[in-house]
Structure formats: structure tokens, C-alpha cells
Ligand binder design. Structure first.
Ligand code: MN
Length: 235
């Protein structure tokens, strides 16, 4: 049996172009799933896309629009992509209500958290001295993440202390309803979220496991789990 894992794309409106790093595609394929790219589209079509997929990945990308969590833009905010926000918020709502597995990566964890009613630091430079936007190769883990022992994530990784890559300057602030923080960097920033309801398979990580998955078990396990959960619910 095969399962289709939809992956949202980055939307570069000025260039009229959707794009996605091939690492996401490879990671899903290596885990045994069939990757399917989701372009930016009318959020009213999100339900049809959700229906067509067996699982979802929200990929990394630009900053989330602070209006989505009731804030005006603050200094330090980067480029926002409202059309992409609208689609991914709609997909997140479907995933939070539905039963299909979701892996939300980097920007994705922030979108997921906002869809659940949470908020995001628009720029963590004023909050933490630790550098989370490190110039290093995608495959190189630059900082530690401690993982809650009694979490789904710890079970999936078979680990409670891992090293990850880091390419973000925004971070989860207040955690949304139905979600719980299960991973933190040394400076106390939230690096992982999961759903409280044990029936659902919703997971968000602030790092980029797709950049590490060809050489790091902790990363490939996230994609394997996504595909396994998708197949289990399908079959
Ligand atoms: Mn980080």
C-alpha cells in the first residue's frame, strides 16, 4: 500500500513561483511515502487537498504574519507571505480537527501553533542570546534540544536529548490549545510541539529534519513515523 504525503511549498510572490527543497521529497521517499507538492492555492480548496492526502508536511519558509495572532509588525519581522499563511492555517485547522498525521517543520510549527490559537516571537533576538539562525551546512546539527520524557516525540526518537540544525529567527511563544511543548533548546525556546489528544499524530519541530534525515536517525524517524501513521490510518 502507498500513502500520499502532501508537502506545502514556499511561495515567492514577486517571482510568481512555488518552490521546495528536494530534501523534503527525498525524506518522504526514503520513509516509504509518496511526496506530493502542494502549491499556494485558494484556502477554500484546502479541504479537497486534505482529503486527497494521507498525511501532511508544512515546510519551512518565510515569517508568519503577526496579524494572525493579534500583533502589529515589530522591528525584526522578515518577509511575510499572506497567501501561503491563509492556505497553511486552513490546512492546520483541518489537521487539528481531523485524524491524518501532520509534521510541521520550522515555519510550519509556528503556523500550526497560530492555527491552534498560539503566538510567536516575531524575532527572538531580543528574547534569547543563543543564535538560532546559524550559518552552517543543512546536515550539521548546531544546538541541543531536550525532549520531554513522557512525550510522543521521545517515543518516536527513542531519545530525550538530541542535536539539531537551526535556521530560524522566530519561535513559538504562547502554545495553542490542544498542543503541548515537548522540546526546548538550552535557552528555553520551544523547539517541539505535539497534540495532547493521543489519538492524533500532530508534531511540530523548529529544526529542519529533512536536511539531516539521510545521516541522522533522529531525523529520519520523524518521517518514518509520519508515513507509518498515515498508512495505519489508511489501512
Ligand atoms: Mn533552534
Amino acid at each position: 500500500m502507498s500513502c500520499i504525503i502532501g508537502i506545502t511549498c514556499t511561495w515567492k510572490e514577486a517571482e510568481n513561483r512555488n518552490y521546495l527543497s528536494h530534501d523534503y521529497v527525498r525524506s518522504i521517499q526514503d520513509a516509504g511515502g509518496v511526496p506530493l507538492l502542494i502549491p499556494v492555492l485558494d484556502p477554500r480548496q484546502a479541504a479537497a487537498v486534505y482529503e486527497a492526502c494521507d498525511g501532511l508536511v508544512l515546510s519551512g519558509g518565510h515569517d508568519v504574519d503577526p496579524i494572525l495572532f493579534g500583533e502589529e509588525p515589530l522591528r525584526g519581522l522578515g518577509e511575510v507571505t499572506p497567501a501561503r499563511d491563509n492556505l497553511e492555517i486552513a490546512l492546520s485547522h483541518l489537521a487539528l480537527k481531523g485524524t491524518k498525521p501532520l509534521l510541521a517543520i520550522c515555519r510550519g510549527i509556528q503556523v500550526l501553533n497560530i492555527a491552534a490559537g498560539g503566538s510567536v516571537y516575531q524575532d527572538i533576538k531580543g528574547v534569547s542570546d543563543q543564535l538560532h539562525d546559524v550559518s552552517a551546512p543543512r546536515w550539521y546539527p548546531v544546538h541541543q534540544v531536550e525532549i520531554e520524557q513522557n512525550s510522543k516525540l521521545a517515543r518516536i526518537l527513542q531519545n530525550t536529548s538530541i542535536r539539531v540544525n537551526s535556521y530560524h529567527h522566530q519561535s513559538v511563544k504562547n502554545v495553542g490549545e490542544g498542543l503541548v511543548a515537548v522540546g526546548w533548546s538550552k535557552d528555553g525556546m520551544i523547539e517541539a510541539l505535539e497534540n495532547i489528544d493521543g489519538e492524533r499524530a500532530i508534531l511540530g519541530v523548529q529544526w529542519h529534519p529533512e536536511g539531516l534525515s539521510d545521516r541522522d536517525d533522529n531525523s529520519s524517524r520523524l518521517f518514518k513515523n509520519l508515513v507509518e501513521e498515515a498508512l495505519r490510518r489508511k489501512g
